[in-house]
Design a protein around this ligand. Structure first.
Ligand code: 2PG
Ligand code: MG
Length: 460
């Protein structure tokens, strides 16, 4: 038996894709401690922190090692009910430093979790919540908690020499079909991720007609390439935004949709059967005093007017999914919008549902949204993230595991999606390594599984 008890936890400050500090947690297990814990691990895999090639299985991309590591991501457009991202404030580093959160990992959290089995996620996450003692995780910091919670899962998987996705399937899902999620990939960035150059935050492509994850990426690469070329030719390209999508110089929000259509046409792909459009409106970001203020177009729209504008887009463009179409506090608007178009379109709650099981159940009960975005750091622990996904399954919502706009090389979310069987994955665009690390990880898993996995494909 491999001794999975937590020996020590190390928190450190690392840096994210926006150059801001973030929290990394490393969970070391008793099986790796020299002279302590279970000697069979050191006999089989070596000592200390060294990683050795996986001793079994066909894939050579996993290593048995007695520790796990994870990094907290950070959002820019955040729901008001998310777990608190604990920052130090003050003048240094724009107030974004995370020394307090890191100290919490190295201090209170490390002491509390020491000796607990790293694979008892319910107990670990309960202990974290008890130690935090606040409703919004503001004492320890949701960033400290999610990094530790995810690192425990990596540690338990790594120590057993299995990939995290496979570890997560043990138990109730073991033996069921492995599904590789449909990627949702940003082509243009906007909103809080591009200096509000356009109001809408994400203009994305999905490839429900692809045969495989690999093909979906290849098709998206073609569209991304053509979009960049077309924009450069017209002087509309200013660089890339926070998630790697093009930072556009469009005059209206609709121009982005037209440009995306031109890029799809230039790539020779058919819509809506091969590829289609997905939007994240992130409407809370421009909701003021009960109205939607489109800065780019200098327009101020009521809920009904804004919803009518979106419905017009749904009629004119091949849009299959729309996230946060209305603000998180405009619940009645969300409910009415869902009644009107929810039969044919995926309506995702992100800021509105904040990866919270209770809120998912409540939304389903009142008929607002029909899908939930699953972001581990919104929930603050792995168990609460899983609970939100389970609630989605209970109420018949679809789900999309999602990265944040501030990311790192951490690939945990890819494993969560595949391990838990969530059929869609949103990671940002098709550029910048914090994004590509995740797409490439899913590619490797798909290749490794070959015919043992099925690509989610046409989920809409
Ligand atoms: C979102 C995410 C990712 P952020 O709104 O869905 O695109 O953005 O991480 O800034 O909340
Ligand atoms: Mg969103």
């Amino acid at each position: 038996m491999i001794d999975l008890r937590i020996e020590r936890i190390v928190g450190r400050r690392v840096w994210d894709s926006r150059g801001r500090p973030t929290v990394e947690a490393e969970v070391h297990l008793a099986c790796g401690a020299s002279g302590r814990g279970d000697r069979s691990f050191t006999r089989r895999y070596g000592r200390g922190d060294w990683a050795f090639a996986q001793p079994y299985g066909r894939g050579d991309w996993t290593f048995a090692q007695p520790y796990g590591r994870a990094v907290a991501p950070a959002g820019a457009s955040r729901g008001s009910r998310e777990a608190v991202d604990l920052r130090d404030g003050g003048d240094r580093l724009g107030g974004y430093d995370v020394q307090r959160a890191v100290a919490n990992v190295n201090g209170a959290i490390a002491r509390r979790l020491r000796g607990m089995p790293a694979n008892d996620h319910a107990a670990i996450d309960t202990a974290l919540n008890e130690l935090d003692g606040t409703p919004n995780k503001s004492h320890l910091g949701g960033n400290a908690m999610i990094a530790v919670s995810m690192a425990c899962a990596w540690a338990a998987a790594n120590a057993q020499g299995v990939p995290l996705w496979s570890y997560l399937r043990s138990g109730e899902r073991a033996g069921s079909e492995v599904v590789i999620p449909l990627p949702e990939i940003q082509i243009f960035g906007g909103g809080a991720h591009a200096g509000r150059r356009v109001d809408i935050q994400d203009f994305m492509l999905v490839a429900p007609g692809a045969d495989s994850f690999a093909q979906a990426l290849e098709w998206t690469a073609e569209v991304y390439l053509h979009a960049g070329k077309l924009m450069a030719q017209r002087g509309l390209l200013a660089g890339v935004a926070d998630e790697g999508g093009y930072w556009p110089l469009f005059a209206t929000n609709e121009e982005a949709l037209d440009m995306l259509m031109r890029a799809i046409e230039a790539s020779g792909l058919r819509y809506p059967d091969q590829v289609a459009i997905s939007l994240d409106i992130a409407a809370s970001e421009f909701y003021r005093d009960g109205c939607y203020e489109l800065g780019l177009e200098q327009r101020r729209l009521s809920t009904d007017e804004f919803a009518a504008m979106l419905r017009g887009w749904l009629q004119r463009y091949p849009i299959v999914s729309i996230e946060d179409p209305l603000a998180e506090h405009d619940e009645d608007g969300l409910r009415r919008f869902t009644q009107m178009v929810g039969q044919g379109v995926q309506i995702i709650g992100d800021d509105y549902l904040v990866t919270n099981a209770e809120r998912v159940r409540r939304a389903a009960a009142i008929g607002a949204c029909n899908a939930v975005l699953v972001k581990p750091n919104q929930a603050g622990t792995l168990s609460e993230t899983l609970a939100a996904w389970r609630a989605a399954q209970e109420v018949g919502f679809s789900a999309i595991v999602s990265a944040r706009s501030g990311e790192t090389e951490d690939v945990t979310i890819v494993h969560l999606a595949i391990g838990w069987g969530v059929q869609q994955l949103k990671v940002g665009s098709f550029a910048r390594s914090e994004r590509m690390a995740k797409w490439n990880e899913a590619l490797r898993i798909e290749e490794h599984l070959a015919s043992r996995a099925r690509f989610a494909g046409a989920v809409f």
